[in-house]
Design a protein around this ligand. Structure first.
Ligand code: AMP
Length: 509
């Protein structure tokens, strides 16, 4: 059997004529989706790819990505979702680590994928090329279901690249067991049935849309509606048009919806259950969204490497400001700086292991258990277990900045700024922002006065970084607070930034 591949084949047997996937004017019934997936899987196999080979999609959300995902799963390949916003310099390390055989790209991604093709030996084709591989496979003959690859629980299904604190992306290998348990937990927590109509709002290179969204809904036999890229008007239009019952969004999207679209939200009577993760969300935003729509908004705390660590569930007790309760297929412990478990009710770093956690990062073509030295995944998040049950996320041990649900790893941005000829030293911190959660701000010490301007530094960063990582402000300072060993004290810098913001606000009022 093919554990996760069977989600689709079985729903196609149960609900052949039900709508499985909608993308604009294009839609597929379950039978049609299964057929398309078999064609594409056969096409990929005909290229000589064998189970375990890595294949990537590279583009904004569209139906071809969903077909590619299921085809890769059916054929036993490892899917590597690539972020189409990444510039060649950012993508290079991911390509070197993943050893891709095939990239299926889009008009918006083709130049980047082509720029790197000479350095790696992958096959490259665009969905937007009418004479390309994908278009040819869709026209070709189907494949027999027997051609499905058998997959064991520990066979890797996808590799998601997430940046560590060093700023170098690391491959998180997700296996069939992980996905199967996670998908079933979503179906239980949200009570998904074949009546579900689920809107995909987040980009498909992040694990949430494919792993936490599309797969559980297909398992239940529901309908998946795609949004190409997040857009407030489009979101409201699609919910109305398709009578959407469920979606996942990051806190920024909820804040924007209640700030700018409260009338439209009040008309979203089809919504039943929505979910949020990726960054802290205020209890006020949750209750406003729930009272406007009448839907329940479930808070889930998770990570690419560890699925859903804690979650709220329909019908289960909830506590405002907490991310629900610990889940069943993952073991968690809270520890102090020395790694000792903290007493109940005390803040500690959250460590996890279990069926829905990685067993190691992808290194040199395999899962390397030694990359998790003590066998636990260290989340870098600080939490408190209230009443031994409810998990409240209080802080991040790591310096990661989350802006609009997207992670920015300061080390990566700092490396770019520091390479500017006029820069002596720099530090990136997140400053609180009501809509985006946090905004990246760079504090820069110049080699000599006038060696660079904020504008020049911004242009320099824009050349090398995706736009969401480019600092919103560059503050030129004479020095940065340092520890005795010369490390920048970010805690101190955040305090200074807070005082500067407060002084500026006082001046304005
Ligand atoms: P990612 O691997 O990109 O999904 O990012 C995972 C990180 O997002 C976690 O380590 C947390 O820092 C943050 N995060 C995820 N869910 C929540 C939540 N419900 N509340 C607060 N922070 C969260």
């Amino acid at each position: 059997m093919n554990i996760v591949g069977d989600f689709l084949t079985r729903s196609a047997l149960r609900f052949p004529d039900k709508t499985a996937l909608v993308d604009g004017e294009i839609s597929f019934t379950y039978a049609q989706l299964d057929d398309a997936v078999n064609r594409v899987a056969a096409g990929m196999r005909a290229l000589g790819l064998v189970p375990g080979d890595r294949v990537a999609y590279h583009g904004n959300n569209r139906w071809e990505l969903v077909v590619t995902m299921f085809a890769a799963i059916q054929a036993g390949f490892i899917l590597v979702p690539l972020n189409v916003m990444l510039r060649p310099a950012e993508l290079e390390h991911i390509l070197a680590e993943s050893g891709l055989r095939l990239i299926l790209t889009t008009a918006e991604g083709e130049a980047t994928a082509r720029a790197l093709q000479g350095r790696f030996s992958y096959e490259l084709s665009s969905y937007d090329d009418a004479g390309g591989l994908f278009a040819g496979w869709m026209k070709g003959g189907g494949a027999t279901p027997e051609a499905q690859a058998n997959r064991r629980p520990d066979d890797i299904l996808a590799l998601f690249f997430t940046s560590g604190t060093t700023g170098k992306p690391k491959g998180a290998p997700i296996d069939h067991e992980f996905v199967s348990h996670l998908a079933h937990s979503w179906v239980i927590a949200c009570r998904y049935t074949s009546s579900e109509v689920y809107l995909v709002m987040t980009p498909m290179f992040w694990a949430v849309a494919p792993i936490h969204g599309i797969l559980p809904v297909v398992l239940a036999g529901g309908t998946v509606v795609l949004m190409n890229r997040f857009d407030l008007d489009k979101c409201c239009e699609l919910v109305q048009k398709h009578r959407v019952t469920s979606f996942f969004a990051v806190p920024t999207m909820y804040t924007l919806l209640i700030d700018k679209k409260s009338d439209a939200l009040a008309a979203m009577k089809s919504l039943r259950v929505c979910s949020v993760a990726g960054a802290p969300i205020s209890a006020e935003v949750v209750s406003k969204f729930e009272s406007l729509t009448g839907a329940t908004l479930l808070n889930i705390y998770g990570a690419t490497e560890a699925g859903a660590i804690s979650r709220e569930m329909l019908g289960a007790p909830r506590r405002p400001g907490c991310a629900g309760t610990l889940g069943g297929t993952i073991e968690a412990k809270l520890v102090d700086a020395e790694g000792r478990p903290v007493p109940p009710g005390t803040a500690g770093e959250i460590l996890v292991r279990g069926l829905t956690a990685i067993k190691g990062y992808w290194q040199q073509g395999r899962v390397n258990p030694a990359s998790l030295p003590d066998g636990w995944f260290h989340t870098g998040d600080i939490g408190v277990l209230e009443d031994g049950f409810f998990l409240r996320i209080v802080d991040r041990a790591k310096d990661m900045i989350i802006t609009g649900g997207a992670n920015i790893y300061p080390a990566e941005v700092e490396r770019v700024i520091a390479a500017h000829s006029g820069v002596q030293m720099c530090a990136l911190i997140g400053i609180p922002d009501r809509v985006m959660g946090e905004l990246p701000v760079a504090y820069v010490v110049l080699k000599q006065p006038g060696a660079a301007t904020p504008e020049a530094l911004e242009a320099f960063c824009r050349d090398q970084l995706s736009s969401y990582k480019v600092p919103r402000h560059f503050v030129i300072v004479e020095s940065l607070p340092l520890t005795p060993t010369g490390k920048i004290q970010k805690v101190e810098l955040r305090k200074i930034a807070g005082q500067t913001a407060a002084a500026a606000a006082a001046k304005r009022s």
